[in-house]
Every structure is written in C-alpha cells, then in structure tokens.
Design a protein. Sequence first.
Length: 257
Amino acid sequence: MINFNKVQFNYPNFKIKEVSFNIKKGEIVAITGNNASGKTTILNLIAGLIKPKKGEVLVFGKKPVCGKGIGMVFQNPDNQIIFSTVEDDIKFTLKNQKIPKQEWAARTAEALSLVHLNGYEKHDTASLSAGQKQRLVIANMLATKPELLIFDEVSVYLDPAARLEFFNLFSELKENGITIVFATNLLDEITFADKVMIVDSGEVKVLSTKQEVIKDLSVFKALNIHVPLKLEILSKIKEYSLTSDDQILNALWRKIK
C-alpha cells in the first residue's frame, strides 16, 4: 500500500538517504527515533506534502496527494480547527473536498460516532478538551472516508488518560479498514503499533513487528535513544502485546507472585 523505492530528499543541513520500505494495508506503524532523525520528513513524503528528489513514493499504487484518500493530523489541533462549532468545522472540510451536500449530515454523524463525539455537533470547538479537539480533527479526516491516516506526534498536548483513549481509538479505526502511520518521540507509544520503524540520521534502521523490537531493545541503546521502564518490563516478562500501565502491572504481579 505504501511503497518507498530508494527515496532521497534533501534539506540544506539534512537528507533522507535512499530509503526503501513497504507498509501493508491495515497496519498500524509507529515511526520513532531521536529529534531531527527524519520522522516528519518521511510522514510528509507519505502524505504527498513534499516530493522526493530521487526515487519513488507510491500510496495506493500512485503518487500520494494529501486529501485524496490520505488524512494528516498534526501536533496542535487548534491549528486544524477553523469554525466555532463541531458540525460547521466538519462541513467545511466536506465542502472543500467537494462532497455532495446531501451527504454532509450522514458523514458528519458517522465520523463523530467513530471518534466517540456523538451529540457534540453543536458544541463550541473552543470549549473542547485537548483530547476532544484531537478527535474532532480525526473526525474531519474520517468524514472524507480516507484509507490512510497519518499522525505527527499528536499526543504532545494530551494528558495520560486522554493519550490512552486516543491510542485505543487506533484499533477501532483499523477495524474500519484504515491504515495508520504515526510518528512519536515517546518510545512507550510503540506498544500501540503493529510494526515499528526506527529512523536515525535520515536512514531507516529497523522496520519490524512490535514484538521483535520490544524483544531486543539493543537497537535503541545503540542509537542513544532512552528506553522507558515500560518497555524494559515488557521485554523482561515477554508480554509484547500489552499496552496500558494497568495491564503491565497486573502481568508483572502475576510473574513475581
């Protein structure tokens, strides 16, 4: 579904170096690495916001165009919310995408239902919590019926409860056939992915299953990436599918009893 073939991209002081990888439809992929490693550049290439200098990026078998089956959510939801009510904000997106007006109400209701904002149609967007604002931005994307959603370090403004709620939404989106790629500097968030891509200095060092990555954390240490205690525990107790702190603590308790 997402294919990079010897992709290069140059900034004045940084470059992506002949990156090649494939991401399958329906996967949740976390991209992580140190700051300025190339995570956001790879996301922008996937979204079609920038074009490779060399090589080829294909999404759905063609060159990507953001908004055409691809939705992208950025760090600060306030930068993507325009109108004062939830309903009007989504309708504006649908209008921009030239969706027939007779479909607006149904698409709005369906999108809000998917992100658990049912009944919020008339709510003032300024009164929403940070987590609700992120879900509204996602609803905007979902209303256009994308096949791919891209998230660039979107949990930065969320408290722990809202962050867990946000990432739990990923599995529901996956069930609806949506592929998800997200970048994160918070290494414990890779537990919510199916696969993990580790990027360093413009190169993809690893693209493997979450289980394989957590099983052997040495690659992070070799790249001077701090490994949080959560991942150390999962690696030690060999419980690679757990995500929440409560699940991990319960599993750890069972091991030491």
